[in-house]
Structures are given as structure tokens and as C-alpha cells.
Design a protein around this ligand. Structure first.
Ligand SMILES: [Zn+2]
Length: 334
């Protein structure tokens, strides 16, 4: 029993030495000296030894108990003085901060921009809260025009909207007064819709290219270039006729599905995924920006950053709104 006591004492010494906080010490105290602690276990053993030995062993145990108490209070003092006398040791290895990473949308926007920069597009910024004029009127959608209904817009004042698309940057860019224009405007947009595939806040990237002799062939070339660089060399695009007020002709742009390679699967619609709208800038829009449509022509496209990225990653997330919920369980996967 004397040996067991010695073992217990050296055990206590070891853990007390390693203790780093008052909380550690308290746990150690409970473990050794508490009601169900190791010391009481040994004390209970005294009942089974002969009365002759009992006195001597009791003395040894009490001695050990006092020593543990002493060690605990000494360590407590050490911890207190260490925390009040912080010193700086430049040779000590530093504590590495817990680094996070950028948000998925930021990554996506940067990757998209990298691709367009290589063919001479420049990233510009235009207001995310803008007047009705730039968001609609200058884009050939006068007040009261039914086409406006498709953009379920937040009005924050009579004449001021949270831009429902990045196209408000088109006429603003033209008004800067230089040509040719090769811009990408990436910005936050807002629309009233909120469901599993729509978030009230989302991002778009808007491309605008205006110069002499720009044709649909140029638009198609740029779209193919983007699709191959962003989605992979095997991907193809197609243009479907559509109707937008600010482009003529207008198209919806599709890209072949990366999962089935274009043969059709449950993720896509018959082998194709819808990217978004594009078209040749409407002459009225050019005029609104002070550009003569008899001399210049151009194309524009505007797609959702979230959607474009989801399609690349073949991420079939059940609810797009999770992107804006700051849910670390989701975000830390990327
Ligand atoms: Zn598919």
C-alpha cells in the first residue's frame, strides 16, 4: 500500500506540472482529493489491513494528501504569476491563427474575371442601387412597359431601385465616352423572388463589347471561349432565339451538360444547361449611351454568378439560398 501511495503521488506531480489553467487544477484536485477521488479510494483500503498497520499507513496517506495539496497551491500561484507577467520571447514558435477562406461567390467572380481578362475585357463597377433610368428606361423599357414585370424589382424610393440585373452598367459605361468598350461588370443584384432556386440577393456578371463591325459571330466566339475555359474543353454552347428589350436579336445561351456530355440526364434538360441571356445591343440602347448605331455595334450578356458556378461544379444543391446563410458546415467544404 505504501508503494501505491508513492505511485499516486508521482502521478499527481506529473499532471499538476502539465496543468495549464485554474480549471485544469480544479479537475486534478477533484480527481485526487475529491469525495470519489483516488485518495479516498486508498483510505477505504485501510479497513482491510490489520489495526497494527493501520496507524502507520494512515500517517503515510495523510502525508501524501498534504503534499498533493501543497503541489496544487504552488502550481496555482505559478499560473497566476505567469498570466500577470507576460513576457515576449521572439524565439518561441508563434500561434498560427485559424485561417478561413474566401466565400464561394468571391472565388467564382475572380475565376470568371480571370478568363475574360485574357481576351482584353476590363472589370468595372457600377452602382448596385441605381435610378430607374439606368435600370430600365435607358435599356428600352419605358415606364409601364410589361417587360419590366419579369424583373421583380425592389424600389427603395420612387426613382431608385436595387438593381435587378447588372445591365444598368451598360449605358453608364457608354456615357464615359470612350470606344471600343470591353467591360465586365460584376455586381450584387436583388429581386423579390425567394425559393429553392432563387435568392433575393444574387450576383451577375455583365459583358459588354462595343466597336465597329461587332457581329453575332464575335458573340458566339466569346461565349465558346468562356465555356471552354470555365467548364472544360469538351463543352459546347448554343444560342436559342429569345426576346429581351435591350438586345436585338436576343438569345438564351445554353452549354452542354458536364455530367452526361450532352446526351441527357436528370441534372439537365436534354443534354443542355441554361446559362443566361445575351444578344446584340439594341440601337436604342446605343443611342441612349450617345453612340451612333450606324457606325458601331456590340453585344452584351448577363449571367448569374451563382448559377454559372453551380453548373461548373455540377453542384446540385437543394436550396441556392444556403450560399447566403453563413453556414460554416456548408461553406467549409469548399
Ligand atoms: Zn446531363
Amino acid at each position: 500500500m505504501e508503494d501505491t501511495t508513492k505511485d499516486l503521488l508521482s502521478q499527481a506531480q506529473a499532471v499538476i506540472n502539465l496543468a495549464a489553467s485554474q480549471e485544469d487544477l480544479e479537475n486534478i484536485r477533484i480527481g485526487f482529493l475529491g469525495r470519489n477521488g483516488k485518495m479516498n479510494e486508498l483510505m477505504a483500503g485501510l479497513l482491510h489491513v490489520s489495526p497494527a498497520q493501520r496507524g502507520e499507513l494512515g500517517r503515510v496517506l495523510n502525508q501524501a494528501k498534504r503534499e498533493i495539496e501543497l503541489l496544487l497551491s504552488k502550481k496555482e500561484e505559478d499560473l497566476l504569476s505567469a498570466s500577470s507577467n507576460l513576457y515576449f520571447d521572439p524565439t518561441e514558435p508563434s500561434i498560427k491563427p485559424n485561417l478561413g477562406h474566401l466565400h464561394l461567390i468571391t472565388y467564382a467572380a475572380r475565376e470568371i474575371m480571370d478568363i475574360f481578362e485574357r481576351i482584353g475585357f476590363v472589370r468595372v463597377r457600377h452602382p448596385e442601387i441605381d435610378s430607374d433610368y439606368y435600370a430600365f428606361e435607358a435599356l428600352n423599357m419605358p415606364a409601364g412597359h410589361p417587360a419590366r414585370d419579369e424583373w421583380e424589382t425592389f424600389y427603395i424610393a420612387d426613382n431608385l431601385v436595387i438593381t435587378p440585373h447588372t445591365s444598368n452598367g451598360q449605358v453608364r459605361e457608354m456615357e464615359k465616352g470612350y470606344l471600343p468598350i470591353k467591360m465586365i461588370n460584376i455586381a450584387r443584384c436583388g429581386r423579390r423572388q425567394s425559393d429553392v432556386s432563387h435568392s433575393q440577393t444574387f450576383h451577375q456578371f455583365e459583358g459588354l463589347y462595343i466597336d465597329k463591325g461587332v457581329s453575332i459571330a464575335n458573340l458566339k466566339g466569346v461565349l465558346e471561349y468562356f465555356a471552354r475555359n470555365f467548364y472544360g474543353s469538351g463543352r459546347q454552347t448554343r444560342l436559342r432565339p429569345y426576346d429581351f428589350r435591350f438586345t436585338e436579336p436576343s438569345f438564351e445561351v445554353d452549354v452542354t451538360c458536364g455530367l452526361c456530355g450532352g446526351s441527357g440526364c436528370s441534372f439537365c434538360k436534354g443534354g443542355w444547361l441554361e446559362l443566361g441571356g445575351a444578344g446584340m445591343v439594341h440601337p436604342k440602347v446605343l443611342r441612349a449611351g450617345g453612340i451612333d448605331p450606324r457606325k458601331y455595334s456590340g453585344f452584351a450578356f448577363g449571367w448569374g454568378v451563382e448559377r454559372t458556378y453551380m453548373m461548373k461544379a455540377e453542384l446540385s444543391i437543394p436550396d441556392i439560398r444556403i450560399l447566403y446563410k453563413n453556414d460554416l458546415n456548408f461553406l467549409e467544404q469548399f
